[in-house]
Design a binder for this molecule. Structure first.
Ligand code: UD1
Ligand code: CA
Length: 468
């Protein structure tokens, strides 16, 4: 957004310098993950979507960690607007955080300021707040919400005529103020010139001698400015994360939003209260997700699949019409179309399975390709292997890929048949159509269309006396 008359436009300022004391954590609050991303990601993505001329992030407590946490991921997160980090050297409150940003803010016309701990805010709400601010030409417009339980939030105090007089923090409320249900969301639009002018009049308050940004309302009003509010149509959007309890509440809402998006696009979620899906996961039409399933990171599941119950997929891609059965764990893997994995299977990173392949119970696959129509149905370990199409691997077969120092490859040609309980000591190659007898320990390559048996012959000895 740009003001055509001045050429100066919108800036978004995100306050993320607070100590987050109530989180009782050694990690910076805004980097706590939820829905697969750090909390701050949601606020940055929102800022970016508004196409402002600048984005400022005020950092202070654990500033280096927060700044690096953002900088390392900006590209991955698709943030393309320039971000300026502003250091708040002392945690002296939200108002002080803005004071420290003055030299950055003064390059812009309108400042949208919000907290780094309200990840549920939506583009629609913020866009309409900005629109109202511009249309009504007020010096400040803030987003408020009516909560049944306003505990912990600043209360909006109005005159009998309904004008906003001030915001009172909970610790400062007196008389009936604590029972006011309309609260401050921590989202504000300011005309920068007026903001800078009035910041000077903030004074420290409370036990911790903090400068409250919320006092700007009174300060602006005392200068005769117009301060308006926009009531959020969806109060849950403004939920702030101050503690791990609130974090779990926000996480639940993020999860519900994702599940609703999936269900509206034709995915069957059998029990949405027991299904956990990260924000950007994709699932195709008519796939069914059973309870206890966790889909994380950049996971993508195709159409007509069934997943679960109790399946964990992380950064994993599943094609169409595949089945990931109960209690399987797949990480950074690919399962191609019409394949079956599990129950109780473990696919470790860089595994590619299918199409039409089967990985059965108590089988672990690591950094291996299991080709078209091939089967590893029971109790096997396959690591660093390249298994071509239509291969059958018998129960209990192990690729011995590690010699104590290095990893080695096992290569199995098309249509090979590996009997049960075989050790394939890598590096080793099994030719097309070859067969390996059950119980063999294979240390040398097996040529095409041949049978290898590497076990001692059965010995039968007589006891010398008859049993009755
Ligand atoms: C704040 C508001 C409250 C509002 C609520 C909405 C103030 C004084 N109060 O309360 O009216 O209802 O948010 O969620 O603003 N921060 C800094 N530097 C600091 C202190 C805080 O950058 O020195 C940042 C924090 O990182 C946070 C934001 O400011 O993102 C708000 O601080 P927080 O302590 O969470 O304030 P609340 O008590 O939630
Ligand atoms: Ca807060």
């Amino acid at each position: 957004m740009r003001d055509k008359s001045t050429g100066r436009g919108l800036v978004v300022l995100i306050l993320a310098a607070g100590q987050g004391t109530r989180m009782e954590s050694v990690k910076p609050k805004v980097l706590h993950p939820m829905g697969g991303y750090p909390m701050l990601f949601y606020l940055l993505r929102l800022a970016n979507a508004l196409k402002p001329q600048g984005i400022g992030v005020v950092v202070g407590h654990m500033a280096d960690e927060v700044q690096t946490g953002v900088e390392e991921n900006i590209k991955k997160w698709g943030i393309n607007r320039p971000i300026t980090f502003i250091r708040q050297k002392q945690s002296l409150g939200s108002g002080h955080a803005v004071v420290e940003s003055v030299s950055f803010l003064k390059k812009f016309q309108t400042a949208l300021i919000y907290c780094g701990d309200t990840p549920l805010l939506t583009f629609e709400t913020i866009f309409s707040l900005l629109k109202a601010h511009q249309e009504q030409k007020s010096q400040a417009t803030l987003l408020s919400a009516k909560l049944n339980n306003p505990k912990g939030y600043g209360r909006i105090v109005r005159s009998p005529m309904g004008d906003v007089l001030k915001i009172v923090e909970e610790s400062e409320t007196s008389g009936k103020e604590a029972s006011i249900l309309e609260v401050n969301s921590g989202v504000y639009c300011f005309e920068v010139s007026w903001l800078l002018e009035s910041l000077k009049s903030l004074t420290p308050k409370g036990m911790r001698r903090e400068y409250y940004l919320t006092d700007m309302v009174e300060a602006l009003r005392s200068k005769g400015c117009r301060v308006l509010t926009q009531l959020s149509g969806n109060p849950e959007e403004i939920l702030g994360v101050n503690s791990k309890i609130q974090m779990s509440q926000v996480e639940r809402i993020l999860n519900r939003r994702v599940l609703e998006r999936l269900m509206l696009s034709g995915v069957t979620v059998v029990d949405p209260t027991h299904t956990y899906v990260d924000s950007d996961v994709e699932v195709g039409q008519d796939s069914v997700i059973y309870p206890g399933t966790i889909l994380k990171g950049r996971t993508k599941v195709g159409k007509l699949c069934t997943v679960g119950p109790f399946v964990y997929l992380e950064d994993t891609v599943v094609g169409n019409e595949s089945e990931i059965k109960m209690a399987s764990c797949l990480v950074e893997s690919r399962v191609l179309d019409k394949s079956v994995v599990g129950p109780f299977a473990h696919l470790r990173p860089a595994s590619v399975v299918g199409p039409k392949a089967k990985i059965g119970n108590f089988t672990e696959i690591k950094a291996s390709r299991i080709g078209f129509g091939s089967k590893v149905p029971h109790l096997s370990y396959v690591g660093d292997a390249d298994i071509a199409e239509e291969v059958n691997i018998g129960a209990g077969t192990i690729t011995c890929n590690f010699d104590g120092t290095e990893k080695h490859k096992t290569i199995i040609g098309p249509k090979a048949f590996i009997g049960s309980n075989v050790n394939l000591v890598a590096p080793v190659r099994i030719g097309r159509g070859a067969k390996v007898g059950a119980g063999s320990t294979i240390t040398e390559d097996v040529p095409e269309d041949s049978l290898a048996i590497a076990r001692s012959r059965q010995v039968v000895k007589s006891f010398g006396k008859k049993s009755k």
